[in-house]
Design a protein around this ligand. Sequence first.
Ligand SMILES: N[C@@H](CCC(=O)N[C@@H](CS)C(=O)NCC(=O)O)C(=O)O
Length: 239
Amino acid sequence: MPNYKVHYFDARGRGEIIRLLLTYAGQKFEDNRIGGEDWAKFKPSTPFGQMPVFQIDDKLYGQTTAIANYLAREFVSSKLEIRAVVRFLFAKGTKCSVIYREIVENYGEHAMAMTQVYQWCTWFKDGRTSLQDEPRSGRPNTANNDWNTARVDELIKVGRRVKLKEISLKLDIPKTNDYEIVHDKLGYCKVSARWVPKLLSDEHKRQRLEISQSCCTGVNKKVTKPLIWGLAGTIVGYT
Ligand SMILES: N[C@@H](CCC(=O)N[C@@H](CS)C(=O)NCC(=O)O)C(=O)O
């Protein structure tokens, strides 16, 4: 297996694409970050007097795009080729351990790790057909944190009629996140344009029963008794 080195400044710049391609391919390489006097010394030995320089054993290659094209062909497409071989052998009913041996014999021991071979076999067994990497999921949801939840709760307690749009503007939280915080985390729902807790406390239930009873005072008892119990049942059931 040849030794690979990437020579570039300690920055992303033109060198990063080369580092990224090698990393994506799972290829080991030395990331030689040069600066100051070291660059002045190294410069005359580079093919074009500039960096990035890609080194394979003792040979140096220049020009970013040419290097990137080479790496994409050499490493990235061969990665797909090896996955295709795994898929083919797996479809033929070959054992994972045998597939791994075949890969090592034909492509070398760095072509695909044994754990990767087993992983791909599992995916193919589960019905996967694509050889491409799955797209990465987007940015982690960071807005639904405890701090934002407390801020939203405070805002609702100050003004129960506040709208999601207003919360979003005031606290600079995306509206979809607001909805999750208000409904799912804080458990509010909107009744008559006011946010109310979905779970009534015992105190709330007692107060509502008292109000219902006082409303019914003076009305025919035969009518009110079932009415009061009906209301009480509704109130308790509301939780
Ligand atoms: N055409 C070259 C340009 C390389 C280039 O401009 N390299 C700059 C850094 S991004 C450099 O080495 N500058 C230092 C110098 O010329 O002494 C490529 O694409 O690789």
